[in-house]
Design a protein around this ligand. Structure first.
Ligand SMILES: Cc1cc2nc3c(=O)[nH]c(=O)nc-3n(C[C@H](O)[C@H](O)[C@H](O)COP(=O)(O)O)c2cc1C
Ligand code: SF4
Ligand code: FES
Length: 607
């Protein structure tokens, strides 16, 4: 594909899939107002690619050419975008694909034996020249509490997408054969019924498909209070609460909202970052699946406080159930006057559009996410300028994590000072933690900041089978290992920093003495190499070299001596930290380095 228009025509089916999204193609004699002219609306590129992928199972040159013609997008650029995402296929493949997770939590739960059995002999169903279905390996699907997990994606006139788990070789084979899986059981919270739950208090209790049920469980009380307080009152409460972002960077939310509200340039935007692709993380998925109206209400509240009339909700492509539930929640909120031009009759305007990611971890980085929504490759931008000044479509933007937004409802409902009284002075409120791996009761937990790590693991039933603890991976692949000696660390931003760890996205992956650590390090190294957007050299080259080094050390094929290789690994990590543009490269070595220094892997320590 080059800069010339693609000459291959689309098939009728491809054209219909695109037209269903963009409207019929204008004819020469159409009056400009008779049909929607979508030329120049580049932000529709990602939805258009999704439309074709889910109808046809791949994006053919003809379909890509037709999308380019409709949107007025250069084919070379559109090809660059389509090829950026793992969930789009640019060559023909079977319409049904079962994505089987081979990432760290699933490995710790025995995914390797399922994958080995699939590799040994499973031949996808034959159906003419091309099989009707197949399977492939996938990074973390955000279902780690049901590890090992998989997701079936079946394209066609009635596309089907669902994640499922825990899987066995039999259940994966069934999904490959049937192109479907049965309805999955609803999420059961291990803490169900605990009166101390705040963010999770509706999960499992309110029906996520009914606005009235949401309201019956306290829904929209925070927004009503916010409308009474006015934008400046909301900002005061947010600052009083000392709430900081839960997406990893821990930036004060009140300050972010205030900066956007005061920005002179208009319009302002609110973006909900629901890309959640950090291996081991599933908290936002459960909030969106089980309490979708809370996400809608919280975005509306953020819109009111920041003077934004339009919000974008960027959901990771591997979360089909969350997307369906949010879609339905937005539609109901619109019908009932909780979204739209005159919210609750108070003259406030706000509405939300959903954008689906398509399999790219880097799109969780806030500026990569803007590029993705705008229809460009999901490559991070240089900062400054920061999003509060120059964000989505170049306008002031408040981008927040799902958990941060839902926490803001708690802040407004209970009052900023009351919220700040929870947790510790430096880390206020409650926090969601994703417990996975070799723990007795994996799942999503909510505890006040300051709860000790060993107490949290005890709340989850302790190490599965009462085996000895080897280590805990805290904060995900971009986090660090915590040793048994450090297990009493209080879970706060300040205390975890003290031991060289981070809370990150709330991953608590428990590893007992049966789990080999080195294969997890190899998987993490492969993950960062695969997910690097390739834009800057330290990360593009560094993640490749890091994977090579870890592999050589794992296979005891060191060039020179292992000691020299370990020095090289450390220097490489330092170079990536110092010189990478964004957090991916800056954190790509942190878990691996912590395994080397703390667990002494490759030095006669744990395997
Ligand atoms: C590689 C990378 C991936 C990220 N992924 C996510 C993500 O999936 N969800 C998220 O909320 N923040 C993610 N972030 C952090 C965002 O850039 C940003 O800080 C966050 O969305 C701000 O929201 P908050 O203030 O509510 O935390 C990621 C950052 C990096 C560098
Ligand atoms: S650090 Fe990595 S992911 Fe981030 S911009 Fe550079 S190459 Fe891309
Ligand atoms: S779903 Fe497999 S590691 Fe998260």
């Amino acid at each position: 594909v080059d800069l010339h228009p693609i000459q291959t025509p689309p098939s009728d089916e491809e054209q219909r899939a695109v037209d269903a999204l963009l409207g019929p193609e204008p004819r020469e004699d159409d009056l400009p107002s008779a049909v929607a002219d979508v030329r120049g609306q580049r932000h529709l590129l990602l939805p258009a690619l999704h439309a074709v992928q889910s109808r046809m199972g791949w994006v053919s040159p003809g379909a890509l050419g037709y999308i380019c013609k409709r949107l007025g997008a250069p084919p070379a650029e559109a090809f660059g975008v389509a090829s950026f995402y793992a969930l789009f296929a640019l060559s023909r493949r079977p319409p049904t694909v079962v994505h089987v997770c081979d990432d760290i939590a699933c490995k710790a739960a025995g995914a390797d034996s399922v994958l080995a059995a699939l590799e040994r002999g499973h031949n996808p169903v034959a159906g003419g020249a091309l099989p009707e279905s197949t399977w492939m390996r996938s990074p973390c699907l955000g279902m780690c509490e049901r590890a090992p997990a998989a997701m079936v994606v079946s394209a066609g006139p009635e596309p089907f997408e669902r994640a499922f788990g825990p899987v066995t070789i039999e259940s994966v084979e069934q999904a490959i054969l049937r192109h479907r899986v049965d309805e999955q059981p609803r999420t059961v919270l291990p803490q169900a019924g605990d009166p101390g739950l705040r963010l999770l208090r509706r999960v499992g209790r309110a029906d996520p498909s009914r606005l009235d049920d949401y309201r019956a469980h306290g829904g929209y009380e925070a927004l009503r209070r916010a409308l009474d307080l006015g934008p400046s009152g909301v900002l005061r409460e947010m600052n009083d609460s000392k709430l900081v972002g839960r997406g990893g960077a821990a930036f004060p939310t009140g300050r972010k909202w205030e900066a956007v509200s005061q920005a002179p340039v208009r319009p302002h935007y609110v973006v909900c970052n629901a890309d959640e692709s950090e291996p081991g993380t599933f908290k936002d998925r459960i909030l969106m699946e089980e309490d979708p109206f809370a996400v809608v209400e919280a975005m509306t509240l953020a819109g009111f406080a920041t003077g934004s009339e339009r919000g974008f909700l960027y959901v990771r492509g591997e979360y089909p159930l969350a997307t369906d539930r949010l879609d339905s929640a937005i539609a109901q909120a619109r019908t009932r006057g909780y979204l739209g031009p005159d919210i609750l009759g108070r003259g406030v305007r706000f509405d939300i559009e959903i954008r689906r990611g398509a399999g790219a971890y880097i799109c969780g980085e806030e500026t990569a996410l803007f590029n993705s929504i705008e229809g460009f490759r999901g490559e991070p931008r240089n900062k400054p300028p920061f999003p509060v000044a120059v964000g989505l479509f170049g306008k002031p933007t408040s981008v927040n994590n799902v958990e941060t937004l839902v926490s803001s409802l708690d802040v407004i409902a209970s009052g900023g000072l009351a919220y700040a009284a929870l947790g510790t002075p430096g880390s206020t409120g409650t926090k969601l933690f994703c417990l996975s791996g070799r723990v007795a009761r994996p799942g999503l937990y909510e505890v006040p900041f300051g709860t000790r790590l060993d107490a949290l693991i005890a709340l989850a039933g302790g190490v599965a089978g009462g085996r000895p603890l080897q280590a805990v991976l805290l904060g995900g692949a971009a986090g660090a290992f915590v040793t048994p000696a450090e297990i009493s660390v209080p879970l706060t931003f300040e205390d975890t920093r003290r031991i060289g760890a981070t809370l990150g996205s709330g991953v608590v992956m428990v590893l007992d003495d049966t789990v080999p650590i080195v294969p997890l390090l190899q998987r993490m190294a492969a993950f960062f190499r695969d997910e690097s957007c390739g834009q800057c050299v330290p990360c593009r080259v560094g993640t490749v070299r890091q994977e090579e080094l870890v592999t050589r050390l794992a296979q005891e094929r060191s060039l020179g001596s292992p000691a020299v290789e370990l020095v090289l690994l450390k220097e490489l990590g330092q170079a990536m930290r110092d010189a990478s543009i964004c957090g991916l490269g800056q954190t790509a070595s942190s878990a691996i380095e912590s395994a080397v220094t703390k667990l002494k892997v490759f030095q006669g320590g744990p395997p």
